[in-house]
Design a protein around this ligand. Structure first.
Ligand SMILES: C[S@@+](CC[C@H](N)C(=O)[O-])C[C@H]1O[C@@H](n2cnc3c(N)ncnc32)[C@H](O)[C@@H]1O
Length: 246
């Protein structure tokens, strides 16, 4: 595999920084939280791996791990990626459903990436940036783009900005999850999959049960690349039961 010089430079830069971190940084910075962030980034193998593999962020490996295990993405699939910025899940989805058409012998899929922030273009994906997924208007635009086609996979890595109050953050992400679930039920084809992020909390079981009303197989997943000190988990619903008109 060819390694671009810029990546090599980045990699050696990381190695040098790793040698001096964190002790020397301690004396040079006043902010312990940014120091903690930097040390964590420097010691995180997924951060470097993401750079080497040209993924926009380390989150790529969460979807890779989940898909390697549960095989939810296939060439030709239509995927809706909610909360897609900066775009590493979209990058993974594009390759796995072949929406960039690079594998000419396989079906070409479709990937739609939505985020309320800007998303820089990704070949093979249709980007809806600066769009709040929770707004009905946005969801109508997505349905309009799909033009009668139903989704095979809906993924959501969305999280509202942390408030610092855990109960409020939990409440916010659970609300997002229910909005995604409702959208998925309306726009998915039979046997589709749904993957969404949430923080492990008191409402997890209820959400899991509610997903199970529509999906035959529901699992809580915690990939190795999801930091162990984070309450982040993913709920995976497979085999959408379908609505009567599917
Ligand atoms: C953890 S990041 C996603 C990372 C992405 N999966 C990747 O691999 O690059 C969460 C994203 O959710 C987005 N988000 C949160 N609430 C949203 C909303 N209501 N509508 C659209 N995007 C939202 C944020 O802007 C943020 O970019």
């Amino acid at each position: 595999m060819l390694v671009k010089p810029s990546i090599r430079q980045f990699s050696s830069c990381l190695q040098i920084m790793r040698r001096i971190a964190p002790d020397e940084l301690k004396s040079k910075t006043k902010s312990t939280s940014s120091q903690h962030w930097l040390s964590r980034q420097l010691s995180d193998p997924y951060v470097e791996k993401a750079k080497l593999m040209n993924y926009r962020c380390r989150s790529a490996f969460k979807l890779i791990e989940i898909d390697d295990k549960f095989k939810i993405l296939h060439p030709g699939h239509t995927v809706v990626d909610c909360g897609a910025s900066p775009g590493s899940w979209t990058q993974v989805a594009v390759k796995r459903v072949n929406s960039d058409g690079m594998k000419t012998d396989l079906c070409k899929g479709t990937v739609l990436a939505i985020d309320r922030q800007q998303i820089y273009p990704i070949e093979g994906a249709t980007i809806f940036g600066n769009m709040d997924f929770t707004a009905l208007e946005s969801q109508k635009k997505i349905v309009g783009f799909l033009n009668g086609k139903k989704a095979d996979v809906i993924v959501s890595d969305m999280a509202s900005n942390a408030t610092g109050v855990r109960s409020l953050d939990n409440e916010n992400i659970i609300k997002l999850c229910y909005i995604v679930l409702r959208f998925a039920v309306q726009t998915s084809k039979k046997d589709a999959s749904l993957l969404m992020k949430l923080w492990q909390c008191g409402e997890t079981k209820q959400l899991e049960n509610d997903i199970a009303r529509f999906y035959n197989n529901v699992k809580i997943v915690k990939p190795n690349s999801s930091r162990s000190d984070s309450t982040e988990i993913f709920l995976l619903g497979r085999n959408f039961k379908g609505l009567k008109n599917n």
